[in-house]
Design a protein around this ligand. Structure first.
Ligand SMILES: Cc1cc2nc3c(=O)[nH]c(=O)nc-3n(C[C@H](O)[C@H](O)[C@H](O)COP(=O)(O)OP(=O)(O)OC[C@H]3O[C@@H](n4cnc5c(N)ncnc54)[C@H](O)[C@@H]3O)c2cc1C
Length: 406
């Protein structure tokens, strides 16, 4: 029979996505644009944002727009700087002028539930299935069979694991390995108070000898505010502080304004704490008809402020890689998934490594070496080179790769 549909729609197949975080939603949006049928299976009864505070760099914003997500006024554009306790600028993240002009700064500060709301609004009806906990899967040449905790099974042509740092898909494909402990914890929160020193359009990441204390402008549903976080070394097995707000207040002592005032102005209900963990990079993500996106592929320390961003980019690129592919053809699927992961691996591995290294340098340098470290940070271009100049380079590369797929 002659198939007269446009090229991208001609070879329609069925794709299953596990997880409705940023990676899963982006994947579903991009796969749907590629003309395939897609289903997201989420174990919870809703798409539950894992936390409140967030920053997004221009590449995920560009990918979101390309996938039909409304990003207008989603957050506050910020110019990003690293400073020392006295306010000396150690890093100035300067993107190319045309990128700064288009995105009004380096990244946007936003609240995570707002991102979820915008992405969910773009997901076509019938794609998301809640209360569907996937308990396992198997695959052969012809299909992938998913098993659910209610005893049911369903067959698909392709499986995409967007199921986070404890991914069942990753474990099934590549085995289980312990997570890597960063021996760090972070307290974060947000407020719509605007104390003296809290400037719109700014993101300021300040390091003392042992603590990072940072804040950025945010915008949420037309309201301007600020998010903040404080981060230090910890024993991940020690009990969590009983009062996260009090612990954050304590850590911010000695930091320049407005950090302490932002924390004081934050409703304790809006303060959260996380232990930082990741996993070392996998040499291969895809096997047969299954692959990984987001934290399932490359869980990343928040030091990168890029985990959700990379998850969105992954979703965009995997959907594009499946465009026009006959999903009944195992070899074609294998090639498409490899085409997706090959350029993603070096980019994501670099961000994971940079985040891990930054955590080590700023929080695990032995005490006698800290003055030397801070001398290097303050008096040499070292940090500007590895963070301030390298990040814009990666961002430009990702923007160009997204452009190629538009
Ligand atoms: C404190 C903190 C700050 C951060 N700040 C930033 C930032 O500023 N910018 C940034 O880009 N990133 C940031 N990140 C990282 C970012 O949060 C993650 O990288 C991102 O959430 C990963 O998205 P994901 O969709 O891959 O996974 P997740 O968000 O973990 O989603 C996985 C989904 O899969 C579902 N699931 C799991 N198993 C199953 C199953 N068996 N069956 C069905 N469903 C299942 C889960 O319920 C969940 O909904 C931060 C992280 C932290 C902790």
């Amino acid at each position: 029979m002659n198939d007269s549909r446009p090229d991208g729609l001609r070879k329609k197949g069925r794709v299953a996505v596990i997880g409705s975080g940023p990676a899963g939603m982006a994947t579903a949006l991009s796969v749907a644009q590629s003309g395939h049928e897609v289903q997201i299976f989420e174990r919870y009864r809703e798409a539950r944002p894992a936390g409140n505070i967030l920053n997004l760099w221009p590449p995920p914003l560009k990918a979101l727009r390309a996938m039909g997500v409304d990003t207008d006024d989603l957050g506050a554009p910020c110019h990003v700087q690293f400073r020392n306790l006295k306010g000396k600028v150690r890093v100035d993240v300067k993107l190319a002028p045309e990128v700064q002009e288009e995105y009004h700064g380096s990244f946007i500060g936003l609240l995570r539930p707002d991102l979820y709301e915008r992405m969910l609004a773009a997901v076509p009806p019938g794609v998301l299935q809640f209360n569907r906990n996937v308990t396992g899967f198997s695959q052969d040449e012809r299909s992938v069979k998913l098993s659910f905790d209610d005893g049911g099974t369903e067959d698909f042509d392709v499986l995409i694991g967007a199921d986070g740092i404890d991914s069942l898909v990753r474990r099934t494909l590549w085995g289980d390995e312990p997570k890597r402990e960063h021996r760090l914890h972070i307290f974060g929160g947000y407020t719509f108070a605007s104390p003296p020193g809290a400037e719109a359009g700014q993101a300021v990441l300040t390091h003392s000898r042992t603590v990072q204390g940072s804040w950025t402008a945010i915008r949420s549903k037309g309201r301007d505010g600020f998010q903040w976080w404080v981060l230090e070394a910890t024993d991940p097995d020690a009990p969590a502080p009983a009062d996260a707000h009090a612990a954050a207040t304590q850590l911010a002592q000695g930091f320049p304004v407005p950090l302490g005032d932002l924390i004081a102005g934050t409703d304790p209900a809006n303060v959260q704490r996380w232990i930082l963990r990741d996993r070392p990079a996998l040499p291969q993500w895809s096997k047969g008809r299954a692959t990984l996106v987001g934290d399932a592929a490359h869980p990343t320390s928040p030091y990168a402020a890029y985990g959700a961003g990379m998850a969105i980019e992954d979703g965009f690129f995997v959907g594009r890689a499946l465009r026009g592919i006959d999903l009944t053809d195992a070899a074609a699927v294998g090639n498409a998934l490899q085409t997706y992961e090959d350029p993603r691996k070096p980019h994501t591995a670099q961000q994971v490594k940079l985040a891990w290294m930054n955590g080590k340098i700023f929080h695990h340098t032995p005490a006698p070496l800290r003055p030397v470290r801070d001398f290097v940070m303050d008096r040499t271009p070292f940090l500007q080179k590895v963070v301030g100049d390298a990040s814009p380079g990666e961002i430009m590369k990702q923007l160009a790769l997204i452009d190629e797929q538009l």
